[in-house]
Unconditional design. Structure first.
Lengths: 179, 481
């Protein structure tokens, strides 16, 4: 029996070891909740679609996916230069800029960039496209939030409190049950 | 070690039919009407056709396609809410069984599903297969593959209906059905006989054998002996076939079946329930960042870089081997602590139903999250679909801002409430089960202690996973939280 108890104890500890919340980092565009922010938006000679991820956007993790089409032919343009910017409209965050490239785009014909927005609040996101056909810019606003968390102590403590309550209930039942 | 003289016998749990949903004005008539189920099935059939059509022909961007949004956001969120609040409504309106009539006409009558497969092991394998494909092929990100999956369900149901006489797809194969069966055990509605004496004298047993116009129960449940929602698709064929109008759909205390109804000591049933609870954790774990660390570790430490193999290993280890090992170990521990000379599987069968509320809480926290974040996304997706087909009734620009059903700030508290609610109810069911088997509280506590620790561990892991940022796959998200 002692071996069985030890085995169970090891397994339980193994499970509990997973419990403390771990630091989280998004691994790239499209892995989190994608959100279509602009679709069919006209910017000069281009029709643009912009998708953000993850959702909700939290500090340090904003990915943009940009699809650029020639508005007159509908052809998807893969040889444009696409710059993305995040400008803080509230809060203290400094503005960021990054070029969107095909390298990290989940859809190879699109462009993607990572903007590690440093602070919560509303940010203006701008996408500027440059191509032989001309130039165009689109923009939208994005609210960046801080990650919400229950906290490691409560994640472990609440179930233990429930278990302790269960023991108390049984002890009370034992005391009050007819002998 | 002491031995108790008397082991509690398996009992039939049946709610008293004080209120019968089938007799509620209008609703009851619709439900009992011969074509009543068909109406609801046709609605879901249209949705399934839309999923398949848009998945094949629509934009291959998951958050902009109805196939991925309907299947992975709405279906999953609504099905778990329906199970919690009403019952097995999806199986009731399941479109996959619609070709049944045609299949039966084509079938070679008389062949039964092989006896060795008449258990839940095929369902368990089916559930694991679906989740493996989901993770490996990123079904959530592929409208095209999602459409093929929907079609595969139709083909599978049709083929099995055509080959065998009963409905083996629903009872023994369908992964969606297995998931629904497990959680419907905690649902507030159940089929029962209005008057058991009438069933006793009934000659035709039409509820199971069928009448001249209505088929009998596809999963072969005999109404007066139904003591669980397990295997009940809520098709209501029994109510339509009964010549005495003696079948009721009645409310009950949602958790009472879990501790009042004795299970046959079958490992397949035990593993289905416990495995689906663990699968809830594994599925949610697959959507939080540490899974990438695990994949990196598998590649660096073991040289396993193939994603299909990585996913399979995580799934089999977390949703099959770990729950199996824990269940057997905990059952042995429980047996020894109680001093009973009882089979491990008998003890496991007595306590496994207590994992249903915990499982329901985990899946509700997960699928409810997706529905809460992306529930309204179907509006711009539908709008976009109509525009793609030249229909501009609602303007020329979809409102991609629509997405959130609930404010972002509510979601984590609701997830925590779902997990803690399931956890509390699981402890309650464990307590009632233990006291039912052991009148002396301390003896009951000794027997249930290992099971309670297992539930505590599940709750801890679940809360920790839901603390992490979860990927919001396959949805459109527009409105600022």
């Amino acid at each position: 029996m002692s071996r069985a108890i030890r085995l169970v104890a090891v397994l339980m500890l193994g499970l509990a070891a997973l419990a403390p919340p771990m630091s989280a980092h998004a691994e790239g565009p499209g892995i989190g909740g994608r959100r279509v922010r602009l679709d069919g938006e006209i910017a000069g000679p281009f029709r643009v679609r912009v998708v953000t991820s993850p959702t909700p956007v939290v500090v340090e993790t904003l990915y943009l996916e940009v699809r650029v089409e020639d508005v007159s032919t509908g052809e998807v343009l893969t040889d444009a230069v696409v710059m993305t910017r995040a400008i803080a409209l509230e809060g203290q965050g400094a503005s960021l800029e990054a070029e969107a490239t095909h390298d990290i785009a989940p859809i190879p014909t699109e462009y993607a960039s990572h903007l590690p927005v440093p602070a919560t609040g509303v940010w203006q996101i701008e996408v500027e496209i440059e191509h032989a056909l001309g130039r165009g810019t689109v923009s939208f606003r994005e609210r960046v939030t801080s990650p919400s968390s229950l906290g490691g102590v409560l994640s472990v403590g609440l179930p233990i409190a429930g278990f302790a309550l269960l023991i108390v209930v049984f002890l009370w039942l034992q005391r009050t049950s007819p002998r | 070690m002491t031995t108790l003289e008397k082991v509690p016998q398996r009992s039939l749990y049946r709610p008293t039919p004080n209120l019968d949903v089938l007799r509620v004005p209008l609703l009851g008539r619709v439900l009992r009407w011969r074509w009543g189920r068909l109406v609801f099935q046709l609605v879901l059939l249209l949705a399934a056709i839309w999923v398949i059509y848009d998945g094949w022909t629509g934009p291959q961007l998951a958050p902009a396609n109805s196939a991925t949004v309907l299947a992975w956001v709405h279906y999953r969120g609504l099905v778990i809410l329906a199970l919690l609040l009403v019952g097995n409504l999806f199986c009731f309106a399941c479109p996959f069984t619609l070709p049944r009539t045609l299949a039966r006409k084509l079938s070679v009558h008389g062949r039964r599903f092989p006896r060795f497969l008449r258990n839940k092991w095929v369902s368990i394998a089916g559930v694991l297969l679906i989740f493996w494909l989901y993770e490996w092929l990123d079904l959530w990100a592929s409208p095209w593959l999602t459409a093929w999956l929907a079609l595969a369900y139709f083909v599978g149901a049709f083929a099995l209906e055509a080959i065998f006489t009963e409905s083996p797809f629903c009872k023994y194969v369908c992964p969606l059905g297995a998931f629904n069966f497990v959680h419907s055990m905690a649902s507030p509605l159940q089929i029962t006989a209005r008057d058991a004496a009438i069933c006793h004298t009934c000659v035709g047993k039409e509820c199971i054998n069928g009448s001249s116009t209505v088929p009998g129960c596809g999963t072969e449940l005999f109404v007066p002996q139904i003591d669980s929602n397990m295997d009940c698709t809520l098709c209501l064929d029994c109510a339509r076939a009964c010549p005495f109008d003696n079948v009721a759909l009645t409310p009950r205390r949602p958790w009472s079946e879990l501790y009042q109804s004795g299970w046959r000591p079958r490992w397949d049933l035990v593993m289905l329930v416990v495995g689906i609870a663990f699968l809830g954790l594994v599925n949610a774990f697959g959507m939080v960042p540490p899974v990438y660390a695990l994949q990196t570790w598998l590649a660096s430490a073991w040289g396993i870089s193939n994603v299909a193999l990585q996913t399979l290993l995580v799934l089999v280890a977390g949703a099959l081997l770990l729950p199996a090992l824990l269940t057997v170990t905990v059952a042995e521990l429980s047996r020894r602590l109680s001093g009973r000379l009882e089979q491990r599987r008998a003890i496991a069968a007595a306590y496994a139903p207590a994992f249903v509320p915990m499982s329901l809480g985990i899946w509700l926290a997960h699928y409810g999250f997706h529905l809460a974040i992306g529930g309204l996304s179907i509006i711009p997706v539908t709008h976009s679909f109509l525009l793609d087909h030249g229909i501009a009734w609602f303007g020329s620009q979809p409102n991609w801002e629509l997405s959130f059903l609930l404010p972002n700030g509510w979601i984590l508290p609701l997830q925590v409430a779902a997990v803690l609610g399931g956890f509390g109810l699981s402890l309650y069911v464990l307590t009632r089960s233990a006291l039912r088997r052991n009148p002396i509280p301390v003896s009951a506590l000794r027997e249930m202690l290992p099971w309670a620790l297992m539930v505590v561990a599940l709750a801890m892991v679940a809360l920790s996973i839901f603390n992490l940022p979860m990927e919001m796959r396959g949805t459109i998200l527009g409105g600022a939280p």
